[in-house]
Design a binder for this molecule. Structure first.
Ligand SMILES: [Zn+2]
Length: 190
């Protein structure tokens, strides 16, 4: 168990030991709840067929909603970024989860990201704007530039979030108002 917890992001050996001990000492019913949640995570959740958000259905609630503007696609690194942007309550379009950013040193190249899937969505011709909402760090910027090139040939607007989010910052750690401002004041790059 310690070995398995050690594989979690941000969990060192000591924390892994604490977590394993916590589970060992937990009441039977609490332990069972934990086990059920772990099993349900893989059994009940999957990626949305359109945007790759995490969902219990084939298509997520955002893609399935008639209230969302399908002509505006906001590209994010991970499905968890959607939660942060949604909390800010500013964006009314739909999303596309890229599944990471370019990290050649870690073996993450263009092919590992859902770029073709994004281009397929754009090709339908109904998309008027693509918002690049990747984290404003070196990898995010490199990936945004590459996406701008890929999107060049399509007759649509490409925008990036305003720099309300500190350089090297993370959507995850930005407050709702900051994300809201960054979204509202987005900059047209193409
Ligand atoms: Zn979706």
């Amino acid at each position: 168990m310690i070995e398995e917890f050690s594989k979690f992001p941000g969990i060192g050996k000591k924390s892994a030991q604490r977590l394993a001990m916590y589970l060992f000492r937990s009441k039977d019913q609490d332990f069972q709840k934990f086990v059920d949640a772990v099993v349900a995570l893989k059994r009940d959740l999957h990626s949305c067929q359109i945007c790759y958000n995490i969902t219990e259905k084939a298509i997520c609630s955002i893609c399935g909603s008639e209230k969302r503007d399908k002509s505006v696609i906001c590209v994010v690194e991970e499905a968890s970024d959607i939660l942060h942007i949604e909390r800010a309550n500013e964006f009314r379009g739909v999303y596309h989860v890229l599944g990471g950013v370019l990290m050649p040193l870690k073996g993450i190249y263009k092919e590992e990201l859902r770029i073709q899937e994004l281009l397929e969505r754009v090709k339908t011709g109904n998309v008027l704007e693509v918002i690049l909402a990747l984290n404003p760090d070196t990898e995010g910027d490199t990936t945004s530039l590459m996406l701008m090139k890929e999107l060049e040939r399509f007759p649509l607007k490409v925008t990036r979030l305003a720099r309300g989010i500190p350089i090297g910052g993370d959507l995850e750690f930005s407050d709702d108002a900051t994300i809201g401002r960054a979204m509202a004041g987005r900059i047209t790059v193409k």
